[in-house]
Design a binder for this molecule. Structure first.
Ligand code: HEM
Length: 126
């Protein structure tokens, strides 16, 4: 029997991530969280999946992330846009399907496929 679990579900399990809906990067710091809890979080943290079909680009993604995200954040101060723009991408209050949190950036899974051709040219038959 195969058993699967969605990353979102796992990453929002309070057993592993207390206050799972709160954006709290400091939860990973030893000064903020007991070591046993950090170890639990590490075991459950699987954004790149694991096993046979785990992400082949994980090292590259970490490299890109540290360069492309960390550098600008290090060199510049930034804050969320004011007015209507800060809400873009968030959940809609009142929704009861799990998309009701305005401060949670909403992701949608899409599986798509497309192709063009192959084209055949039929020649005269013998
Ligand atoms: C933050 C960035 C990334 C995340 C969160 C991510 C996450 C994932 C996840 C969850 C899977 C498994 C999909 C599945 O089970 O069907 C996967 C597969 C894969 N990823 Fe990534 N990925 C990232 C970046 C990259 C990059 C930069 C590359 C290539 C340069 C890459 C190449 C691949 C490939 C080739 C697979 C398929 C592995 C296989 O099926 O054997 N990924 N990725």
């Amino acid at each position: 029997m195969q058993v699967g679990v969605k990353f979102y579900t796992l990453h929002h399990n309070e057993k592993y991530f207390p206050d799972p809906c709160v954006f709290k990067p400091k939860r990973w710091l030893a000064s903020q969280t007991p070591e046993a809890q950090i170890n639990l979080m590490r075991e459950a943290f699987t954004p790149f999946s694991i096993g046979y079909h785990g992400c082949a680009g994980k090292p590259m993604a970490y490299l890109e992330t540290s360069l492309i995200i960390a550098k600008p954040l290090w060199y510049f101060n930034c804050k969320l846009a004011s007015g209507r723009l800060w809400k873009v991408g968030g959940g809609t209050p009142g929704r009861t399907d799990g998309r009701g949190r305005p401060d949670e950036y909403q992701l949608y899974d899409i599986i798509a496929g497309e192709h063009d051709g192959t084209y055949l040219r039929f020649l005269t038959s013998r």
